[in-house]
Design a protein. Structure first.
Length: 278
């Protein structure tokens, strides 16, 4: 049944591996009685009762979801936690905004995206198996393009939803939070709290930090070249989302200014190469 009243949900429509976990935690800190599901990366798709449904071919737009069952399940968790607003950021939701808005009528929502280098590097590091680094970088570059184009359509089709960019969020978390929470002014705290953010591994972060340098170091010249070769054929998508290619000189400047992250990224790449010797 389509919803005719406002439901206690706030949706972050985001690409995967784009920094939305940290952003959702920031919003949870600044919404009165905000609730993050405790499963996976604080995403509703990992609540056990709905996982089989929501993780079955989730990026196929033709895959049908039983939103009534999902909504009732999420509301049960919200009620049991004695909270008032369920914050949901399962990435595949970004290709189903229209049906979600019809079935949920959420209190608020926003769009979220990051630069392709962070997304592609993170996906290779976390998920790539049984393929060479080159093949993984090529495959995930095209994957980012497909998802970025879909998100660009969302920007154009759902102009009431603010677009939050990861890079701006990291530098100006208070501004990003206020922009995202504009629809929830009555539930918004006066002062934006940016501390006590745990990130993906539930390890307390000292501050909200742009992790792009670490991912550039992980990619190295080889990965950056592969990504740039593919993305250079689609300059309009990058431009309309406010991104540009990062060449070797710019990458070097970024890494020289972030030596700790550069070392972390190189270490991660070496470890990845040792595990995935193909």
């Amino acid at each position: 049944m389509l919803s005719t009243h406002i439901d206690p949900f706030y949706f972050i429509f985001t690409l995967n591996n784009s920094g939305s976990t940290v952003f959702s935690q920031l919003l949870a800190n600044n919404i009165l009685d905000g609730y993050l599901p405790p499963h996976g990366n604080n995403e509703g798709q990992w609540i056990p009762e709905v996982t089989d449904m929501m993780r079955k071919d989730p990026w196929n737009p033709q895959t049908k979801m039983d939103w009534e069952f999902i909504k009732s399940t999420w509301r049960k968790y919200l009620t049991n936690a004695s909270k008032k607003i369920f914050i949901e950021s399962s990435p595949p939701n970004m290709i189903r905004i229209k049906s979600i808005q019809d079935y949920f009528k959420p209190k608020g929502a926003c769009l979220f995206i990051s630069n392709p280098y962070l997304h592609i590097s993170s996906c290779i590091h976390r998920y790539s198996k049984n393929e060479t680094f080159k093949n993984a970088a090529q495959r995930l570059s095209y994957s980012w393009l497909d998802k970025a184009k879909f998100q660009l359509e969302n920007v154009q089709n759902f102009q009431n939803l603010p677009l939050i960019k990861y890079e701006h969020f990291c530098v100006h978390p208070e501004q990003a939070a206020r922009k995202a929470l504009k629809q929830l002014q009555k539930n918004e705290k006066n002062k934006i709290i940016t501390t006590n953010i745990k990130g993906k591994k539930n390890t307390l972060m000292k501050s909200i930090t742009n992790m792009t340098p670490r991912h550039l170091a992980f990619l190295g010249d080889e990965g950056i070249d592969i990504i740039n070769t593919i993305l250079s054929e689609h300059p309009t998508t990058l431009y309309q989302l406010g991104y540009e290619l990062i060449g070797h000189k710019k990458a070097t400047r970024i890494l020289n200014s972030n030596l700790l992250q550069a070392c972390q990224g190189i270490t991660n790449r070496l470890q990845w190469e040792q595990i995935h010797q193909i």
